[in-house]
Design a protein around this ligand. Structure first.
Ligand SMILES: [Zn+2]
Length: 409
């Protein structure tokens, strides 16, 4: 009997595409925000690769609202400072004093009083009882702040981006570097900390594309492997999610060449979602247009790959909606000695959410620890460990092939 698992692992390890795909997507194309020309180019590249591997492809177009930044000005007295407005920040000109909360908790918000002021808050050591951006922003609005500034907790002039919601925020919101935040703090103590800011942006409608590739099996039951390919506008998104793109392309390449293709019990669908960063929009559109509409309703498993490797990271997998599948994977991983921590947990803030909500079993492979430079300009391929990325992809491939050939799902 052939060792299908061994074949898959060997094929992923000998693929030159795993690193080449990562480098092309991140270095040659670069940042690829949903709805942009570069996102379109990334989608075309992925589609071409899937066709090269022999998959049947199509694109799924969806429309979504997007925010286009027009003006950002940020001054401390007369000094102009660098800042990035958060996606869908309210357009407004304002000036005022800052109220500073360093690494706040729910408790520190209870004691704070910033009515009529700009709230300047640092995130977000969540493990130590800190708060994330959306929680802090909500508290800022509730407490009557006129503006919200998130100061980075990373040293070295780093500007972070992100979203607060899918429509205009109640008050203007932007992010500044650690050093700028500290400068504001020092100047305020000397009575010179007046902030002026001006943010202007407009809501536009964009078209984005999910890229789909299929390998047909004996039944219509479909196993979906997905990764988002969009990023924020400021960085090439190597960890988030060049690694996931590379993993899913690696799975498609390997399985398309494997002998198991001749007797595939399920159909395999590989989906590259856009609009994830703007609020998991591509997978939401897919679930509505393909599953709810009855077009391809029978999804027996959704495997999601978001941030599959980083140097020094801890590899983890999360499953939901099927205890037998979870137990099977735990035993399989153990018997093979794979370096991956298994946990039972519904997906959060990533494309698998829209599948899990429809009671579909999900499996997600990701790193447990997110690097500090996520959603910055510095999420670059040099921080990805190519051996580790191949290992993540090989483990993902082994688990997938085991599940389908053992007919667990
Ligand atoms: Zn991601």
């Amino acid at each position: 009997m052939r060792d299908n698992i061994g074949d898959v692992i060997g094929s992923i390890w000998s693929s030159t595409d795993v690193s080449q795909n990562l480098n092309y997507i991140c270095d040659t194309i670069g940042s690829r925000p949903a709805g942009s020309e570069s996102a379109h180019l990334a989608g075309e590249y992925i589609k071409k690769k899937l066709e090269e591997y022999g998959l049947e492809t199509h694109t799924h177009r969806f429309e979504h609202p997007c925010w286009e930044k027009e003006i950002t000005e940020f001054f401390l007295d007369k000094k102009s400072l660098a800042a990035i407005p958060f996606h869908f920040s309210k357009s407004e000109d304002l000036s005022g004093e800052c109220y500073i909360l360093d690494n706040p908790s729910e408790k520190s918000f209870e004691r704070a009083s910033f009515q009529g002021k700009i709230l300047l808050a640092t995130p977000t050591k969540q493990r130590h009882g800190g708060m994330n951006r959306k929680d802090m922003f909500k508290k800022a609005v509730e407490g009557g702040a006129i503006g919200f500034i998130q100061m980075s907790s990373i040293l070295g002039g780093v500007l972070e981006t992100g979203s607060i919601g899918n429509d205009f925020t109640e008050i203007p919101a932007l992010s500044c570097s650690y050093e700028t935040g500290k400068l504001i703090e020092r100047m305020q103590k000397r009575g010179k900390g007046a902030i002026t800011l001006s943010i202007k942006g407009k809501k536009v409608n964009k078209s984005s594309y999910n890229i789909i590739g299929d390998l047909y099996g004996k039944s219509d039951n479909m196993v979906v492997s997905g990764a988002h390919y969009d990023t924020w506008d400021i960085g090439p998104g190597a960890f988030d999610n060049g690694t996931g793109i590379s993993t899913v392309l690696g799975l498609a390449e390997t399985i398309s060449k494997s002998p198991i293709l001749d007797s595939l019990p399920n159909s395999l669908r590989f989906i590259f979602f856009s609009g994830e960063e703007l609020g998991i929009l591509g997978s939401e559109a897919y679930a509505k247009d393909y599953i709810d509409s009855g077009k391809t309703p029978n999804v027996s498993l959704m495997c999601n790959y978001d941030c599959t490797n980083i140097k020094g990271g801890v590899r983890g997998a999360f499953t939901s909606n099927s205890m037998p599948m979870h137990n099977h994977i735990v035993d399989f991983v153990e018997s093979r000695g794979f370096d991956i921590k298994m946990s039972l947990r519904p997906p959060h803030g990533t494309d698998a959410v829209h599948f899990a909500h429809r009671k579909i079993p999900t499996f997600g492979l990701a790193q447990f620890t997110a690097p500090s430079y996520m959603h910055t300009a510095f999420d670059t391929p040099d921080k990805v460990d190519i051996s580790g990325l191949k290992n993540s992809t090989a483990i993902a491939g082994a688990i997938l092939v085991d599940l389908i050939t053992q007919e667990i799902i």
